[in-house]
Design a binder for this molecule. Structure first.
Ligand code: NAP
Length: 290
């Protein structure tokens, strides 16, 4: 299969690598040049323009920042990709965005598939991501072997029609955002009350915050969030998508987590790991208590 992979950020570069493991031809493109070195060394071709990347492609994969970046790139893809191309969007977008992209693709004779992923850079590198596929019945069998290149077959699921994958992905990430903000505020409470943070983390790791503390304790203890896996700006984007997607549902806790993420960004942590939200909130508390 000839695959064009657009977007070589942390996730895209790791996912695209797996396309070369099968009998596939891989052409890659990234908005900012210079991210394709390792992929080219492994056998990929690098295109300078979207038009060149998608020419003759049977499948085009998008792994961009969010819905606005897809909105910028997709029209050019559709102008130059062959009719009937499989458009696999793994960027996390909202369900309404996915439906909009699906309609646009249908009008232009392309087959749109919603395929956001769960898991971060480690699983992407190992080809063990979860993939939440939303697509038309007739496209599922075609897309499955492609997304299984970076997905764990046991965790590659078709969850419904176009938009269903994006809806489930927002639900998952809303949970991550709320837990991060909650833990930050829990540590802030501890700081205000003079509780030893290590002791608090020991006890909290046995409870509802267990997963995130296991994943992020080393970064929290070092106070260094620079080795981002999933960045604060991406999580803020997803929390904003969740709030927008359910405007009338009054998601006050989600809105508060979004405000916390935005305050963390304003303090200069946009590109850091999302656990910077926990550290920032906890330390705001420490500063307040002195
Ligand atoms: N990181 C994770 O753990 C994780 C896990 C699951 C899902 N996701 C989702 O996967 C997607 C990618 O995440 P990531 O961590 O790989 O992000 P990333 O490292 O920040 O990469 C973002 C990519 O999007 C490109 N981009 C941004 N705006 C663009 C535009 N207007 N036009 C064209 N390209 C644009 C960037 O190109 P430049 O290099 O030119 O900036 C880069 O290739 C996001 O939707 C994210 O929410 C991430």
């Amino acid at each position: 299969m000839r695959v064009a992979f657009l977007g070589l950020g942390r996730m895209g570069a790791a996912m695209a690598r797996h396309v070369l493991e099968g009998e596939n031809e891989l052409v890659v493109w990234n908005r900012t040049p210079g991210r394709a070195g390792e992929l080219v060394a492994a056998g990929a071709k690098e295109a300078r323009a979207v038009a060149d990347a998608v020419e003759g492609a049977e499948a085009v994969v998008l792994m961009l920042f969010g819905p606005d970046s897809v909105r910028e790139v997709l029209p050019e893809v559709l102008d130059h990709a062959p009719s009937g191309v499989l458009m696999v969007n793994s960027t996390t977008v909202g369900p309404l965005d996915a439906k909009e992209f699906g309609r646009l693709c249908e009008e232009r004779g392309a087959r749109y598939v919603d395929a956001p992923v769960t898991g971060t850079v480690g699983p992407a590198t190992q080809g063990k991501l979860g993939v939440l596929v939303g697509c038309r019945d007739q496209d599922w069998e075609a897309v499955r072997p492609l997304v299984e290149l970076w997905g764990d077959p046991a965790r590659v699921r078709r969850v419904g029609d176009i938009g269903a994958g994006s809806a489930l992905k927002l639900v998952v990430n809303q949970g991550i955002g709320v837990v991060a903000a909650g833990l930050g505020e829990t540590l802030r409470l501890g700081a205000v009350l003079g509780v030893d943070r290590d002791l608090a983390l020991d006890l909290l790791s046995q409870g509802a915050y267990g997963w995130v503390i296991t994943q992020k304790r080393a970064m929290l203890e070092a106070g260094d969030f620079s080795r981002a896996q999933f960045s604060v700006d991406l999580l803020a984007k997803d929390l904003a998508l969740a709030v927008d997607a359910a405007r009338d549902a009054g998601l006050a806790v989600t809105q508060a987590a979004l405000d916390d993420a935005r305050r963390t960004i304003a303090a200069g942590h946009a590109g850091e790991d999302y656990s910077a939200i926990i550290g920032h909130l906890a330390d705001e508390g420490e500063a307040d208590s002195h």
